[in-house]
Design a protein around this ligand. Structure first.
Ligand code: ARG
Length: 457
């Protein structure tokens, strides 16, 4: 089997060496992008009179036929042809004869592979943005049902202040909103065509890179051919944006896991997003949330992997860069799956409103209310804090909560306290009164949800 680049070689590598160097095992994922890139390239060669139109028509016919076969999963790739580019070129020549060998005029695999990767990411990032949007809509829908559902808010995983459960859910909406923004912004750097950069230095043929870019729907072309073929920053940025988003999903997953435990019992996940144990019949495990938390590791790993691959490479293309692919494919696959699963999990989860309501009535998360009440009456906040702390201690000794204390005990601690304190200490009032911009007060949460809907629209 002769190699397409075999001219200067006296003997061929052994099969196991070829196997080590080949990327066809994974870069066949780029088959459609590669064919689209070739279709645009050959059309451009025709437009610029670099190839006669008969040749262009023949090549186009072959490429279109290959694309049809690719969509039907009918192409058989082989390791001997190394990668997706050489496999397809060989298939084209087999299909339409030697004229197929003209396709590679004024082009290199280096600009070809970079073009494929840009096209691939452009499409996938578009889909990912839509999936984030979908998940955000689900979060808003759940949030709207729980504006007045009281829940404990935590710091240090200790009860801190009561909140609206919707407020907690909406926090993730805004994280995802920034994630989506980052993906959208990255489009500027993905939507650039490297095609026509050649191996590294451009080409002697009178090509028109803009025409090829237009065929492919790219917004811009790279200004420097060496940069075009040798940087992978657009992929690293994608991996970085994915890592950030997975950090958010992982934190949310952790909360889902906590909330669905018997200890918290704030939510119940739907059976369709849970699994059982092979030995303990009572178990219902939040496997999907755990898996998303776990998959965050591989997404970070893919980011670190490519950053490390690129760091010492001299310009321009180096074979090391073939290592840019698997991590990227894996990341796309992982985050698409994670977004879909999370959306379904949140859409179908049952929130235990009663249980949430009860928890905030059985804790000291209204202590800040008492301190604020005293401070509002002129007592310096530090002293108000001290007075309240002592009352909390008194309650703990007696097995009470603040609302259980008789007025006499409260007034003994401070004569600024009057009977209206019982209203102030109610968790409902505590939440309602947090009406500062972005706070958990019901009115603020409603404003926030309205703003979220405008963003989604
Ligand atoms: N399979 C190669 C890759 O993925 C394609 C580019 C090869 N270019 C080269 N000069 N060997 O990076």
């Amino acid at each position: 089997m002769t190699k397409l680049w075999g001219g200067r070689f006296q003997k061929s590598a052994e099969q196991w060496v070829d196997e080590f160097g080949a990327s066809i095992g994974f870069d066949q994922t780029l088959v459609i992008e590669d064919l689209d890139g070739s279709i645009a390239h050959v059309q451009m060669l025709g437009d610029c009179n670099i190839l006669p139109s008969d040749d262009v028509q023949a090549i186009l016919g072959g490429l279109v036929q290959l694309k049809k076969l690719a969509l039907e999963n009918q192409l058989d790739f082989i390791v001997a042809n190394e990668d997706i580019h050489l496999n397809l070129e060989k298939m084209l020549i087999d299909l339409i004869g030697p004229v197929g060998g003209k396709l590679h005029t004024g082009r290199s695999r280096n600009d070809q592979v970079a073009t494929d990767m840009h096209l691939f990411l452009k499409n996938r990032v578009g889909e990912i943005i839509e999936l984030i949007d979908l998940f955000q809509q689900t979060l808003v829908t759940q949030a709207e049902m729980h504006i007045e559902t009281l829940a404990p808010g935590y710091t240090h995983l200790q009860r801190a202040q009561p909140i609206s459960f919707a407020h907690h859910l909406m926090a993730y909406f805004w994280m995802l909103e920034r994630d989506k923004d980052r993906f959208k912004d990255s489009m500027k750097r993905i939507d650039i065509s490297p095609l026509g950069a050649g191996a590294l230095a451009g080409t002697t043929f009178p090509i028109d890179r803009q025409i090829a870019a237009n065929y492919l729907g790219f917004a811009n072309v790279y200004e420097n051919s060496m940069d075009a073929v040798s940087d992978r920053d657009f992929i690293i940025e994608f991996l970085s944006n994915s890592s950030m988003m997975m950090a958010h999903l992982s934190r949310f997953a952790e909360e889902i896991i906590l909330w669905s435990s018997s200890e918290f019992n704030f939510i119940e996940l739907d059976d369709s997003f849970s699994t059982g144990s092979s030995i303990m019949p009572q178990k219902k495990n939040p496997d999907m949330a755990e898996l998303i938390r776990g998959k965050t590791g591989r997404v970070y790993g893919n980011l670190m992997g490519l950053l490390t691959v690129i760091k010492g490479l001299p310009l321009a293309y180096n074979k090391d860069m073939q290592e840019d692919k698997e991590g990227m494919f894996d990341t796309v696959h992982t985050i698409v799956g994670s977004l879909k699963i999370f959306e379904g999990m949140v859409r179908t989860m049952v929130v235990h409103t009663e249980r949430l309501h009860n928890t905030v009535h059985k804790d000291f998360s209204n202590a800040t209310e008492l301190a604020d009440y005293l401070a509002a009456k002129g007592l310096p906040f530090r002293e108000a804090h001290e007075v309240t702390g002592k009352l909390v201690f008194l309650c703990i000794q007696r097995g009470y909560f603040l609302l259980d204390l008789p007025i006499e005990d409260l007034r003994k601690a401070s004569d600024l306290i009057e009977s209206d304190i019982y209203d102030v200490l109610s968790p409902l009032a505590a939440v309602r009164r947090r009406n500062s911009l972005g706070g958990t007060g019901f009115d603020q949460v409603k404003i926030q949800i309205a703003e979220a809907k405008t963003r989604l629209a």
